[in-house]
Structures are given as C-alpha cells and as structure tokens.
Ligand binder design. Structure first.
Ligand SMILES: Cc1ncc(COP(=O)(O)O)c(C=O)c1O
Length: 460
C-alpha cells in the first residue's frame, strides 16, 4: 500500500509530526525510560507480558495508578483514558464497588476449589441479566471460548467450527486463521501469519467466511459438518465491522437449520447494552461468552448456555470414560472473582451507567463525524454502544475490507500525538471506549486535540 497516495493527508507532514512526537515522548517520560531499562534485565521485551510493547511509544509507559477515567504515569503525567485496558476497565478503573468486593472477600479466602456461598445467587443474577439459564466461569475470555468450542464439538458430535475472516476470540488456536481468498465460497483457511511455536495446523478443522456474507455461510453450514459458528455480533478486532441489516438474524436461522450451535462472544460488545448485544437484538445464542469487563476488570469470564446445550453437556459427561476433560484451570470460579462478578452485575452494569456511557459515546461519535466532514476526509465512525472506532475510509462490510483501510503509520502518529497531550487510545486501530466516568468535556478534549493534529498533517 502506498499510503502517500491516499487523499487528505500530507505524508511528509505526517513523518515530521511522528518524529517530533517521538522526541516529545522521550523528553517527558524519563522515569518510564529508567524503569524500561531496569525491566529489560528480567522481563522479555522489558514488560511482564510481551504485547505491552504493542503501544507504539519509543519505550514502555509505566503506570503509577489508574482511577475512574484517569491514568497517571510514573513521571506524573496524567491521561484521560479511552483505552481502558482494551475493555477490561470499561466501567472505569478500580470502580469503588470492585475495590470494596476485593477488600471484603480478599480477607476471607481467595480460592478453595469449592463453590463460594454466593454462587447460587450470582448464577441467578447472570441468568436474569443475560437470559441464559446455565453458566460456567473461567479466568479469561480465551478460556471461555476454548471451553465453548470443546463443548460444542462434544455436544454436536461434529468436528469443525466456523468463524468470520479477521475475527479475534483470544488466543484460541482454532480461531487463529484467515480465510483463503481463492477459497471464499469453500471456507478454506490458513493459520494467521506470525503465530509462534505451533506444532499442528490450527486451520485443519476451521472454516472461515467473510462477515456479512450469508450465502458463503450457508454453503459451509449446509455440509452438516460444523459444530458451531463463533462470532462477535459486531467485529471489533480488525477495525469495527457492523452487521448489515438482517445478517445476524440470518446467522441464527442458518445455524439452527443446519444443526450448528451459535456461540456469541460479547467480550467487546458488552458495551452495547445492559445484558449485551445478543439480548438487545433477541439473537438467542446457544452459548454466550463474555470476559474482560464482566467482573470490573478482575480476571474473570463466563459462558452461559441454553437448557438444550446443558442437557447435551450432561449426556457427554455421563457417556465419557472419565479422566481429564481438558477444560478448566485451577483458579476458575474462585471466590474473589465471583465476588467481583456479583459487584459488577449489581453496581456496574446498571441502567444509569449504560446511559451515561452511551450518551458520551454518541456525543463523541457525532463530534468525530463533524470533524472529518469539515476536513473533507471520507473517514467513517462506527459505534456499538460505549465503544467506537474511526477508520480511514468508508464503513467496511468485511474483515478484509477493514484491513485494507488500515494505515498503521497514521494511526501510530495520531495515537502518540494524543498521548503526548494526555489522552490514551487503544494501540490497535482507532478504538475508543467511554466509561461511566467519561464526560462530554473529556470527549471535547479529544476532539480538539485530534482537530489540531489533522490541521498539521492534512493536505488541505
Ligand atoms: C472478542 C474477544 N473475545 C475474546 C478475547 C480474549 O480475551 P482475553 O485476552 O481476556 O482472554 C478478546 C480479546 O481481545 C476479544 O476481543
């Protein structure tokens, strides 16, 4: 891609802005630089988890504390956070309800390999809010998705799964695939580029088709070999791709008709509405997955399922020979996570919090739209409740279309420009979240900084 040929942005101005912002970062983050050097002695890539280097800063930014909408770094710089730990802190950093649950439960036993007293109550609350009768807990959404896929294969007795091209459902091997363009109608996949340390072909039992392509979906499902389709209702991990009118209904109808389970992963689209996107859209998934923000940022994920799936699971358990199931980790369902989950269900996922998040996100989305129009940029803004994203072209229909719009140099420069002016965007594409603590004043600040940035790098 020759980015300099794209309209609206002056590539020379973009390069010099990026170089200047790098220098600014270095001169205002000296303590972070010192910690980065010290950390490099013992952490891979100088950070506790290697993807913490995905922020395109010259060295990692070290955080002192984060509360509500604000993050403070070790140099005393403060930021309005629109990233919120890539959704884990969507309801704000350290919400008081979660801090209270941590303090109260932390002193009374964290993990015992036994259900805590509150378990029946929390199960009932999950069922009431999300509309599925049966539940399980894991530590991460990745693990919940892994378990959901295993159960789906066991319950249906089918080997294959289907996902949408460009999806991300965590580090779940069998979804780490891309569709082969020449196999569009046949569902063929290849492993994603860059995967580390694999010893098997993760694409062997996975089909993938473009999002919003009901005809391709039907062709694969009609073979009768698919155990489950796993999908976000809105793709959020390759830019944001909204479902076209009727597509999700068709997805539900086709999975039912062809005997495949529908797994809806709402780890990111919990932003949509109280009870999630699937509930609001009456999508009726067979299995529903959510992690990250579900317990206010504490490591916790859940998957819920229908009575039919539960009956299938019990059948599988009765029929099997015993031994390891291959699912579950020791700390799953621990008392601390369960307490935070309950606090989150009671005090974070409230109608008032959703209203506040959506109002601000809507305000920001409209402001962005006006800003791009004023500058004659044919960029788009997509929103799913409290989550929004802008992209450098028209709204994409598929993951591949969204990917073609990406412009990494521009993204990185904008992100660094904003960071140097006290605002954090997620390092991947241009995603922004509005927490209940995010106000229109915070949105105005972001809009003003972005306007100044575009003035500097715009070609008109
Ligand atoms: C839609 C979706 N599902 C699952 C996951 C995995 O979450 P985790 O990394 O917490 O396991 C992610 C992570 O970004 C995600 O975006």
């Amino acid at each position: 891609m020759n980015y300099s040929r794209r309209p609206g942005i002056d590539s020379v101005a973009l390069s010099s802005l990026a170089a200047r912002e790098n220098e600014t970062f270095l001169s205002t983050h000296r303590e972070s630089a010192r910690l980065a050097e010290a950390s490099a002695a013992h952490w891979l890539n100088g950070v506790p988890m290697h993807w913490m280097r995905d922020w395109n800063t010259p060295h990692p930014l070290f955080v002192k504390r984060a509360r509500g909408v604000e993050v403070e770094d070790v140099d005393g710089n403060t930021y309005v956070d629109f990233c919120f730990g890539d959704t884990g802190a969507m309801f704000g950093h350290s919400p008081p309800a979660i801090a209270r649950a941590l303090a109260a439960t932390g002193a009374d036993g964290i993990t015992a390999m036994l259900p805590a007293e509150r378990a029946p109550r929390v199960g009932e609350k999950l069922a009431n809010l999300f509309g599925l009768p049966f539940w399980q807990m894991t530590q991460t959404a990745t693990d919940a998705n892994r378990a959901a896929l295993r159960w789906a294969r066991a319950v249906t007795g089918r080997a294959r799964i289907l996902c949408f091209d460009g999806c991300y459902h965590g580090t779940v091997d069998e979804t780490m695939v891309r569709a082969l363009p020449e196999m569009k109608d046949k569902g063929g996949t290849r492993p994603r580029a860059g995967l580390i340390g694999l010893n098997h072909d993760v694409s062997a039992a996975t089909d993938a088709v473009p999002f919003n392509d009901a005809a391709a979906l039907e062709r694969i499902l009609a073979r009768g070999r698919t155990a489950a389709v796993i999908a976000e209702p809105v793709m959020t991990n390759i830019g944001m791709v909204l479902p076209e009118e009727g597509f999700l209904r068709k997805l539900r109808e086709l999975t039912r008709r062809h005997g495949a389970l529908l797994i809806i992963d709402e780890t990111h689209t919990l932003s949509s509405a109280r009870g999630g996107y699937a509930r609001a859209a009456d999508l009726q998934p067979d299995i529903w997955v959510c992690g990250k923000a579900i317990a206010g940022g504490m490591p916790c994920a859940v998957f819920g399922f229908t009575a039919e799936v539960e009956a299938g699971m019990r059948r599988v358990q009765q029929d099997r020979a015993g031994g390891h199931s291959g699912m579950g980790t020791t700390l799953s369902g621990n008392a601390l996570a369960l307490a935070c989950l309950e606090a989150s269900l009671d005090e974070l996922m409230t109608p008032a919090n959703y209203q506040a998040m959506h109002d601000t996100a809507s305000y920001l989305s409209e402001g962005l739209g006006r800003l791009f129009a004023t500058r004659s940029l044919t960029w788009h803004v997509s929103r799913v409740g409290a989550r929004l994203e802008f992209g450098f072209g028209k709204p994409p229909r598929t993951g591949a279309e969204s990917e073609r719009e990406a412009w990494p140099e521009l993204e990185h420069a904008i992100h660094l420009y904003l960071l140097n002016r006290g605002m954090l965007l997620t390092p991947f594409h241009n995603m922004m979240l509005c927490s209940p603590a995010t106000s229109s004043a915070h949105a105005d600040r972001l809009l003003a900084a972005l306007r100044d940035c575009l003035r500097e790098i715009g070609s008109q």
